[in-house]
Design a protein around this ligand. Structure first.
Ligand code: PLP
Length: 504
């Protein structure tokens, strides 16, 4: 649990009356209620043009899919002004200078942060276990990655977060680096010594860009880890859709301070964003902000209580192993979000991949699996019933008895398979180089022109610009044998057979 109390945390419903407003939701609804003749996009005209099965599924929501139009005379019926009003309220709530609504997820937020902070050939320091959106940002910008190795505690079997000393060493070795990119927290909810890292990066005058895809809820409850905004980061991207009440794909990007130019961020977003942002996604961001302002602390308090109940229920099931706040203090594992519940199932003779499939047959779907764990999320959308259902599914899984799906020793050894990268060229150089597809047996020593990653979590086993080593080949092979869902850069490629490399 949080060792540091977030100074910007709200433990009471917002006293800010402005947070009662829902400018985008209301002006969109007003347009619909005004019965205005629609001679503009989208082609379904609010529902009538939808295919019947889709119309049946969407119901009344289709009428609010109104592209670029609102009804609010006070702002000249201007969609952009309505979005800006809603974004300003988000900025106010999160305590930043500017917030931007994102309709292409945190992926576009990370791309925009990189595009605003670094350019071709600039060095940027980042952990190697960054989500592939960071790699896409490196390709877009042409920046050169300085990768930090990921701490990995064998006892826990999940990655940690690089320590301040790792960042200090990288900054000393790369005095010309232009920015530092952090993850807070990682997919497993592990957070690092964020405030210390931000401080030491700022002492060198560099901006701190944070992928807080998994932490949009942090500012709203004191039992959650320190939020990047409270730690003083300059640019922070939040997948509001992942852990709060927004629709899938809806994210927020926050900018504060003087190290990152908000106008550059706004311009970068123009590059990576559709000119037809889905209004339902934008409205959902307005509403999710409103929800957090009014009842965020209470809702998160309930979610935390449910998560603790699930944790104690699971801890009583023989063969399952959980770790939680008691592991904090190990290097790389400074704080944890208890609502992310990683359950080690190797005591049942299962890999996490196997357990995920079996749990699905038992009627529940978890967020991700790895060699040792399945990861379940408890959020503000859960109830005592859904919490019990999860525990019950694990109980039934355990009752199915031990199954030999691989020796636990071998599983343990293979649990951490992120090879140390040998960087041959920048991701952008590899992307634009002439390239060819080769089978794995011919791949050793070649330079990857694509990434291959188990998804989720979307952390590449190999990234464009990296040398394909025997360790990479073994990692891909092990993940694929274990049944992990591997995704590549080129959706048509079968990662079990080979990959794209730069041509000789
Ligand atoms: C750590 C991390 N960063 C960024 C992303 C991208 O977020 P989005 O799906 O909102 O684009 C993800 C998605 O899984 C993620 O796990």
């Amino acid at each position: 649990m949080a060792m540091v109390i977030d100074p910007g945390v709200r433990t009471e419903p917002s006293q800010d009356e402005l947070q009662d407003q829902l400018p985008l939701l209301h002006s969109n609804r007003a347009y619909k209620m005004a019965g205005i003749g629609r001679y503009h996009t989208p082609g379904h005209k609010g529902g009538p043009g939808l295919p019947a099965p889709l119309a049946e599924m969407l119901g009344p929501a289709a009428a609010f899919d109104i592209c670029d139009e609102v009804e609010d005379r006070s702002i000249g019926n201007d969609w952009d002004a309505a979005v800006e009003k809603a974004e300003n309220l988000a900025a106010r709530l999160y305590g930043v200078d500017r917030s931007f609504f994102l309709v292409n997820g945190t992926t576009s937020g990370i791309q925009a942060l990189f595009l605003a902070a670094v350019g071709p050939e600039d060095e940027v320091i980042l952990p190697r276990d960054a989500h592939w959106s960071a790699v896409s940002a490196l390709i877009l910008t042409g920046a050169r990655p300085v990768y930090l190795p990921t701490p990995f505690d064998d006892m826990l079997g999940v990655p940690g977060i690089p320590e301040p000393s790792d960042y200090a060493a990288a900054l000393a070795a790369h005095p010309r680096a232009k920015a530092v990119f952090l993850i807070n927290p990682n997919y497993y909810g592990i957070a690092g010594r964020l405030a210390e890292i931000v401080k030491l990066v700022h002492e060198r005058g560099l901006p701190v860009l944070v992928d807080e895809a998994h932490g949009p809820h942090f500012p709203f409850h004191p039992a959650l880890p320190l939020s990047a905004v409270a730690a003083g980061a300059d640019g922070v991207a939040h997948s509001v859709h992942k852990l709060l009440g927004a629709l899938t794909q809806a994210s927020l990007l926050h900018v504060r301070g003087t190290r990152l130019d908000p106008e550059r961020v706004a311009a970068a977003l123009r590059l990576v964003t559709s000119t037809s942002p889905n209004p339902l996604l934008c409205i959902s961001l307005d509403a999710a902000r409103w929800q957090m302002a009014h009842e965020g602390t209470a809702l998160l308090g309930k979610a935390l209580d449910l998560a603790l109940a699930v944790r104690s229920g699971l801890a009583q099931i023989p063969g399952l192993r959980l770790w939680g706040p008691e592991v904090l203090g190990r290097p790389g594992y400074y704080d944890i979000d208890p609502t992310k519940i990683a359950v080690d199932v190797t005591g049942l003779g299962l890999t996490g991949f196997d357990a995920e499939k079996r749990l699905r047959e038992l009627g529940v779907q978890v967020e991700l699996s790895d060699f040792r764990h399945v990861l379940a999320l408890i959020t503000i959308g859960d109830t005592p019933e859904t919490a019990s259902r999860l525990v019950e599914a694990f109980r039934r899984l355990a009752h199915q008895g031990r199954v030999a799906s691989g020796s636990p020793v071998a599983v343990r050894r293979m649990a951490h398979l992120l090879p140390r990268p040998e960087v041959a060229c920048s991701p952008r150089e590899a992307y634009f180089a002439p390239r060819e597809w080769v089978e794995w047996r011919a791949a050793a020593g070649r330079v990857a022109a694509e990434w291959i990653a188990p998804y989720p979590p979307g952390i590449p086993l190999v990234s464009p610009g990296e040398v394909v080593t025997e360790a990479v080949i073994e990692a891909v092979c092990r993940f694929s044998e274990a049944g992990a869902h591997l995704r590549t850069f080129c959706p048509g490629h079968d990662p079990r057979r080979g990959l794209l490399v730069t041509a000789r």
